[in-house]
Design a protein around this ligand. Structure first.
Ligand SMILES: [Fe+2]
Ligand SMILES: [Fe+2]
Length: 381
């Protein structure tokens, strides 16, 4: 593990600090905050206004009516996926406490109990009918599981998905900008997701998750928060507003990996599954972002504000995924066979869900018309 760099060390309270030196630590050089990007609410969402009437009906319906509705939807995978993932995303906004969720400002016991029940029902539907992971190998020991996950991380159909070769070699600038916006939304709350991952782990696994969280939080420097690199991609309050307004059009098929991770993180029995899932997601970053950056260069996106999130992560995440494997291997107290199986299951769920998501995004990009919804771009700065 790379020790914390002095460049990224947290400041002494009340003491100003000099700007970071180029090349120090994992993060790029510190920049001034020209458009007061730090002042913008994160993630880029407007305050809650109202729940989708379809979700209100589902939340209010008795259990047999919910079951009948979901069973009906299964006959139409598009409608089923849309219902599950649009509404789960809303319910997770509530669970994570962002201002676009209902009851973000004042507790509402009756509503929150009802939302939790609906979320639990939708998670069950997603994991039972919306996923078909490959069979998990029958490994009982954590060392064998870590070896398996290390090999899986290096070679799985998500790592080498054709979406990323398409982005590198064939996608238009408009298609790449569309994908960048999907990536921004997918990654916008990863620090809170990693914070949730810390909860319930022990020993080495907790240390690895906490170290990852510290990196996400810029090792104490606001301009090196990984979400700040996403702020730089938006560039200004106008870019923030464009993304916040766009959200209602964000497609359901770009949401399943975020929903899967939340579904695992927010349930006590799925702590190890969340760890296995995150290990796979982290291992995809370097191969995916390398090809994405190739595509960005090819279509003329050279602006460092647009690229910094991706360039920095090609350096950081190979270490994160190796740390996750090592943490599992060295864990004390040792994992039970049930916990080992859960970690493996989470990893295979991640592969299955990621591949489905990339299939859908690739299909969508290939059929995109020449005029889509404008994505944030360097020119918006
Ligand atoms: Fe990150
Ligand atoms: Fe990471």
């Amino acid at each position: 593990m790379i020790p914390p760099s002095p460049v990224n060390a947290a400041p002494a309270p009340g003491r100003p600090r000099p700007p970071a030196a180029p090349g120090g630590g994992d993060g790029p050089q510190a920049l001034p905050d020209p458009g007061s990007l730090q002042d913008l609410y994160w993630p880029p969402v407007h305050p809650f206004e109202s729940l989708d009437p379809e979700l209100v009906r589902f939340v209010a319906a008795p259990p047999p009516a919910r079951a009948a509705l979901l069973a009906r939807l299964r006959a139409d995978p598009e409608a089923h996926g849309r219902f599950l993932h649009d509404h789960l995303a809303t319910l997770y906004a509530h669970s994570l406490g962002y201002r676009d969720g209902p009851a973000a400002h004042a507790p509402d016991d009756d509503l929150e109990i009802a939302l939790y029940a609906a979320r639990t029902r939708l998670e069950h539907e997603f994991l039972t009918y919306g996923c078909s992971p490959a069979p998990v190998p029958d490994l009982r020991g954590q060392e064998a599981a870590a070896d398996h996950l290390e090999a899986l991380a290096a070679d799985n159909p998500g790592a080498s998905h054709p979406l990323f070769r398409f982005l590198a070699t064939d996608a238009t600038r408009e298609q790449i900008e569309y994908f960048l916006r999907c990536e921004l939304i997918r990654n916008e709350v990863v620090d809170d997701e990693v914070a949730l991952l810390v909860v319930g782990l022990q020993g080495h696994q907790k240390a690895v998750a906490a170290s990852n969280l510290w990196d996400e939080c810029g090792r104490g420097r606001l301009e090196n928060f990984h979400t700040y690199w996403l702020r730089r991609q938006l560039g200004s309050s106008a870019g923030w507003e464009a993304l916040a307004s766009y959200r209602r059009d964000h497609p359901w098929f770009a949401k399943p990996t975020s929903n899967l991770f939340a579904a695992l993180l927010l349930r006590p029995a799925r702590v190890q599954a969340a760890y296995g899932c995150f290990l796979v997601f982290e291992s995809w970053v370097e191969p995916h972002f390398t090809l994405l950056l190739e595509g960005m260069t090819r279509v003329g996106i050279h602006d460092d504000d647009m690229r910094v999130y991706y360039t920095a992560h090609t350096r950081i995440d190979p270490r994160h995924s190796q740390d996750l494997c090592d943490g599992l291997r060295a864990q004390r107290p040792r994992l039970t066979p049930r916990e080992v199986r859960a970690a493996l299951n989470g990893a295979h769920l991640a592969v299955d869900t990621g591949v489905r998501q990339y299939d859908s995004i690739l299909r969508h990009l290939e059929t995109m018309g020449p005029r889509g919804v404008p994505a944030p771009q360097a020119g918006d700065h």
